[in-house]
Unconditional design. Structure first.
Length: 657
């Protein structure tokens, strides 16, 4: 008997995996050459609207296709490219998060990186007692210190940051803007897993990425290069070179003036050196090539962009002295804060320093010798301006035009976009000063965007799957972090991707047996409303009409959740799964056995962080409740309908954009 049950279990899971994986095998058809975007591709206006929604939103909501048609496809697209629609309801939700609008300095003051060190400095804790960090007295003392100083644990900042991303994606009317924010953040990736830069990441996305997603590419390159998050992430904040006095030919008067200028510079430089700027404690000081390499390989030219190792080294020399301005009472460069304030920005500028918000160019750390990058000479005596010139050159390079165009097309068209489309987009990139909105317009206006090869050829990431699912169900999200834990289970820990490449944007990275089981497990859990804080009414989606059977429900809800798609094959594949009473349990067990490796143990880190910073037991208990599974909620709909919708969400067709 036990053997029969085991065989049934194995056969069921094997069948599910085979069913899901088989539908991803598709033949590639030749590109269709058409003159008009969608009509000559054989698409109706309804299908074209659905395609726009699948590519330029996080998923269509019920009735969206009709709304886009009523407005007009071109007008809807223009609104999305402008990205300035009112988001009153969303802004009300975001108002609950008091940390997401803080400046970096405010973050440094409220969410300090090392509370224990500060408590020792201020005499609240003796340095020898740090070894007794698990004692009740130690934790209570640290908690009282944090309360008195107004400090908060950093995990609270990160949780609010993740919550706002989920809510924006699910509710914003400016869907394309949010998609492009995700795209550019991934392109210029920084990671919360690197503690040195983590607290700067919320402002990085808010102030550097989101406002510039449709603008000129060179602005994105320059602004990311100067941001504290990127400076820390790729270690350029500590990169130094030799600054040699450079004399110009001329008379004695000129020589005398230059000597005086050097003396003034030297005095300020000595003060700066004495004050000590942020250092990279893990590496020796000197030239650091990390950022110079990645800005060429990943941000601009691409790995085959025509640069050499010599170009990387020379570019790194140009970018020496680019670091972080002092911020916060206890933050980076605090000892230098008074020196810079006393000198004043104008005085600093005269002496070769540049202070721009959280960015600081330190003249005496800069290698001002002659350099050559990609055949372009940068004469000796340069300063901050040669770094700007270098980034401008890279941002406007022909290799950059091709690389960025291909990456955008890969995200929005197909995993292997046709070269003809890349060429059109590259041409627009070069002729428009790298204007991103213009490149997107060229892409969506091209026949290749509407061709058969482009339709349903993109696979949703776990984040995109989760957001598209809650949007299709018109769900109310009361606990966004609960979705994050499921997205993490499906293999995408947002903001924690450690490599500067960012998450890959091809389906093969996301789709395998384990990930498909986890996706099906998510779909079934969501549909049965077993994810705390996510609520919806399945019956209301169908005007409260109850389907006559599971098969009828499958057809009705497939059309509601995947509008304007050919669903015959999908429905045929899914029917055998509808009436399996053990489906949910079997999928959950199999998914647990094939869980993707975690990049970090979120709960363990949370506990350690809270314990270190002395948070009381009740607060810890409350935070654990956000991570642990709560008792199953009542579905609010019948079990049959929940299983049907769960199967649809987990189906290969729903995984496609």
């Amino acid at each position: 008997m036990k053997k029969n049950i085991h065989n049934f279990y194995v056969c069921s899971i094997t069948f599910i995996c085979a069913l899901l994986l088989s539908s991803y095998v598709r033949t590639t058809q030749p590109n269709e050459q058409i003159s008009l975007p969608y009509k000559k591709a054989g698409l109706t206006e309804q299908q074209a609207a659905a395609h726009l929604l699948s590519r330029f939103t996080y998923g269509a909501k019920e009735g969206d296709v009709e709304r886009v048609m009523k407005m007009g496809l071109e007008k809807w697209l223009k609104q999305q490219l402008d990205g300035d629609l009112e988001d009153t309801a969303l802004n009300g939700m975001l108002g609950n998060f008091d940390a997401i609008n803080l400046t970096n300095t405010e973050v440094e003051n409220i969410f300090p990186r090392n509370v224990v060190r500060l408590a020792v400095r201020d005499g609240y804790i003796h340095k020898d007692s740090v070894n007794k960090a698990n004692s009740k007295e130690y934790r209570a003392t640290l908690a009282n210190y944090m309360k008195e100083k107004g400090f908060k644990p950093q995990q609270e900042l990160y949780r609010q940051f993740i919550n706002q991303k989920i809510l924006r994606a699910a509710y914003t009317h400016n869907q394309l803007k949010e998609l492009m924010t995700d795209f550019w953040f991934n392109h210029f990736n920084v990671a919360l897993s690197k503690n040195q830069c983590a607290s700067f990441i919320p402002a990085y996305e808010r102030d550097v990425i989101r406002p510039n997603v449709f603008g000129d590419f060179d602005k994105l390159v320059l602004n990311t290069a100067k941001s504290p998050a990127m400076l820390m992430y790729l270690d350029n904040f500590s990169s130094t070179g030799t600054n040699i006095p450079v004399l110009e030919s001329g008379g004695d008067m000129m020589m005398s003036d230059q000597t005086a200028q050097r003396r003034k510079r030297g005095q300020l430089a000595a003060q700066v050196a004495k004050a000590k700027l942020p250092q990279n404690n893990n590496k020796k000081q000197g030239l650091n090539e990390n950022y110079a390499r990645e800005v060429m390989e990943l941000h601009t030219l691409g790995v085959d962009g025509g640069y050499t190792q010599s170009d990387v080294t020379q570019a790194a020399r140009i970018l020496t002295g680019w670091t972080i301005a002092p911020m916060g009472e206890n933050g980076y460069g605090s000892p230098m804060k008074k020196i810079l304030e006393k000198a004043g920005d104008d005085n600093l500028k005269k002496r070769g320093f540049v202070h721009d918000g959280d960015f600081l160019f330190v003249m005496n750390r800069h290698d001002n010798g002659e350099k050559t990058v990609l055949g372009q000479k940068f004469p000796e005596g340069g300063g901050y301006e040669e770094g700007v010139a270098l980034l401008e050159m890279l941002a406007h390079h022909t290799s950059t035009a091709k690389f960025i165009s291909k990456k955008i097309a890969t995200r929005f068209v197909s995993d292997n976009p046709p070269q003809s489309l890349i060429d059109k987009m590259s041409k627009t990139f070069l002729s428009s000063n790298g204007n991103i909105k213009s490149v997107l317009m060229t892409m969506v206006s091209a026949p290749e965007f509407w061709s058969a090869n482009a339709l349903r050829e993109k696979t949703k990431s776990p984040f995109e799957l989760a957001i598209s699912a809650v949007r299709s169900l018109d769900a109310k999200i009361n606990q966004p972090y609960q979705l994050y834990t499921w997205i993490n289970k499906m293999g995408q820990q947002m903001y924690y991707y450690q490599a500067p490449t960012g998450f890959p944007d091809r389906g093969q990275y996301w789709i395998n047996t384990g990930s498909l089981l986890n996706r099906m497990n998510f779909g079934l859990a969501l549909a049965s409303q077993r994810i705390p804080g996510i609520t919806f009414n399945l019956a209301a989606l169908n005007d409260n009409h109850e389907p006559e059977s599971a098969e009828a429900a499958l057809l009705i809800y497939s059309k509601l959740m995947m509008p304007e798609r050919k669903l015959d094959e999908t429905i045929a594949r899914l029917k055998p799964m509808l009436n399996d009473p053990n489906l949910e349990g079997n999928v959950a067990k199999a998914a647990a056995k094939t869980a993707p490796p975690q990049q970090m143990n979120t709960m363990a880190n949370e506990d350690a962080n809270i314990m270190e910073q002395g948070t009381d037991k009740e607060k810890l208990k409350g935070k654990k409740a956000l991570f642990n599974k709560e008792p199953a909620q009542k579905a609010g709909t019948n079990t049959m309908l929940a299983q049907v919708v769960g199967v649809i969400i987990g189906s290969p067709e729903f995984q496609r954009k």
